[in-house]
Design a protein around this ligand. Structure first.
Ligand SMILES: CCCCCCCCCCCCCCCC(=O)SCCNC(=O)CCNC(=O)[C@H](O)C(C)(C)COP(=O)(O)OP(=O)(O)OC[C@H]1O[C@@H](n2cnc3c(N)ncnc32)[C@H](O)[C@@H]1OP(=O)(O)O
Length: 161
């Protein structure tokens, strides 16, 4: 019997510039929360996402993120769930970076524009409030004046230390 090997085509993308804006300081996410955030941040040279975290001058968390070909949804553009995963990670992490030990309880996203693949975009986050166990974080995925998605994220602090 003749065995035909399936050929897997791997699209190898070149290097990507994820440098931050002037005044941004690199932020070490694994040092704060451990190495579990593999879904979005796990393959810095892969073809899904490439991510680098920063804090801006106001100490808010920022991310430069490249949406690679493996995030495709509509042809040539990011899947909405791919943007949701990014917002889940970045906005949850923003609460951690502000000193709150949380998980995301509710994430409300509006998709505003199709996000072209292989684009480097910025995720902005702002911790809006912290009251009791509830930490509200707002954020958006944008490039210049173009907003691709914006979100309101309710984080809930975990019990215990
Ligand atoms: C194992 C973990 C180790 C972690 C250590 C390392 C982690 C490293 C993290 C890295 C940074 C994060 C980045 C990734 C972020 C994610 O991806 S997290 C994963 C996605 N999220 C989840 O899977 C969360 C699943 N949900 C849950 O675990 C539980 O529902 C929650 C959110 C902890 C809340 O449950 P609970 O502790 O029983 O609290 P509960 O009493 O129901 O609610 C407390 C309050 O919050 C309100 N509330 C709760 N949920 C909601 C909601 N969905 N909408 C509105 N209000 C709500 C309640 O109404 C209540 O309000 P009050 O009555 O006090 O006014």
């Amino acid at each position: 019997m003749r065995v035909v090997k399936k050929k897997v085509l791997v699209d190898v993308c070149g290097p990507v510039d994820l440098s931050g804006d002037e005044g941004w300081v690199a932020f070490d996410a694994p040092a704060l929360v451990g190495a579990s955030l593999r879904f979005v941040s796990g393959e810095p040279d892969g073809n899904r996402y490439r991510v680098r975290y920063y804090r801006d001058a106001e100490q808010q968390l920022r991310a430069r993120i490249w949406f690679g070909p493996e995030t495709e949804g509509p042809p040539g553009h990011s899947h909405g769930g791919a943007m949701a995963a990014v917002l889940d990670e970045v906005l949850g992490l923003a609460a951690w970076a502000a000193g709150h030990r949380v998980v995301v309880g509710n994430l409300n996203i509006s998709f505003r524009n199709l996000l072209p693949l292989e684009e480097v975009v910025t995720v902005e986050s702002t911790v809006i409030s912290a009251a009791g166990r509830k930490v509200m974080v707002h954020g958006r995925i944008c490039l210049g004046e173009t907003v691709f998605a914006e979100a309101e994220c309710l984080c809930i602090t975990l019990p215990g230390k």
